[in-house]
Ligand binder design. Sequence first.
Ligand code: PMP
Length: 441
Amino acid sequence: MAIEQVDDEPESAAKTIPHWYSADNDDVPTLVDGDGVEVFDADGRAYLDFQSQLYCVNAGHSNQRIIDAIADQLARIPYVSSGKHNDTRNELVTRLLEVAPESMSQTLFSISGSEANEAAVMLAREYADAPKVLTRWRSYHGATYGTASLTGDTDTSSYIQSHAAMTGNAKFLPPIPAAFDAESPDELAEQAANHLEFVIRNEGPDSIAAILTEIVAGSSGGFTAPPGYFERVRELCDEYDILLIADEVITGFGRTGEWFGAQSEGVQPDLMTFAKGVTSSYVPLAGVMMNAAIADYVAEEGFDIGQTFAGHPVGCAAGLAAMDVYEDELLENARSVAPHLESRLTALEERFDVVSSVHGRGLLWGVEFTDPETGEPFVDPRVSDADNPVKSVLSAAGENGAIFGMGRPGIQLLVSPPLCVTETEIDEAVDILENAIETAF
Ligand code: PMP
């Protein structure tokens, strides 16, 4: 639902139209144009889009190959219902399976990341004949009734969570690393996996359909799990007969340097959801990939939630073209520039005592701010964003021509440029960020 901001003074409260998309930054400009990593406002000012809008314009703005594929599909046949066959859609299924983790054997399309997660959870609960889903505090899985219930992002999504529908069957795991006190990554992996096993045993393995997890926690901070954690998760899922659902809505399509985040961890999920980057977000498309056993189940029992726009041919055409662009140029570029982004960002920790940690993978990073005097965040993200210094950093950076994302309000900002970013653009954007931190603190 895109709602334009009104310029004139509203006559009554009823006519006040919220500008939803400025929720994390009131100073965002009205964007009218884009090219690669850059976006342009109505006055012709250029900004380096180091948020890829919502961690989703992976191929960069206005990529001609994707635009042409969309136009061709529209000219040929714009829409074929989700219950019928379409050549573009069929081709995309094949293409996705070529690059997905080996465990994946079939794809069902959807429209948004939320709806893909919703479908994955419905399918998992039906297939496993069990009601509960394990998820994590400080995760984001969507804004529908079901996925809101499975979203553990209490700071940024408290409104969404107030609508959560299936809370009784959503069981939250503690965030990694925040909830643990480990002295090494190995110890952290062990503690977190032991805790997971404790939850499984106490909830009752037979009552749990799946664990739903981001591979790198996206909008809640760019956190990676310690090495070995996902291996243990996979073992526990096998041991207790629980499905592993990887939410790849942000981590898919090159964001971590691999096609999917699961590949960056060497883990084979049972179900995997994707959205955003599949079309570089030029048009909406999402989906659920599944392993052979679940695919057989679907073939026998059916799983038809019949959404009109699921697997829209225009989205599938955009997806095929975006995948070509990733394969031909951008995956390699993402891999080659990621170490430079990492080293520029980790240097912030050395330089600024307010930057308490920098974490992430590939082209998805979180920069965390803590008051060095108290060792606590500068603001409680649940109370108010009145004197939010991270917001001041974002504003100062925006004024100087670089857009970053807000993670937990007042605590983190997120860095996530399109995969076509160059080292020069990384230097420009991180220089702007450094100046913004100096201005804000
Ligand atoms: N999962 C993750 C990890 C996400 O980051 C998001 C959106 N930011 C979603 C699911 C929901 O996707 P959508 O906004 O397309 O519904």
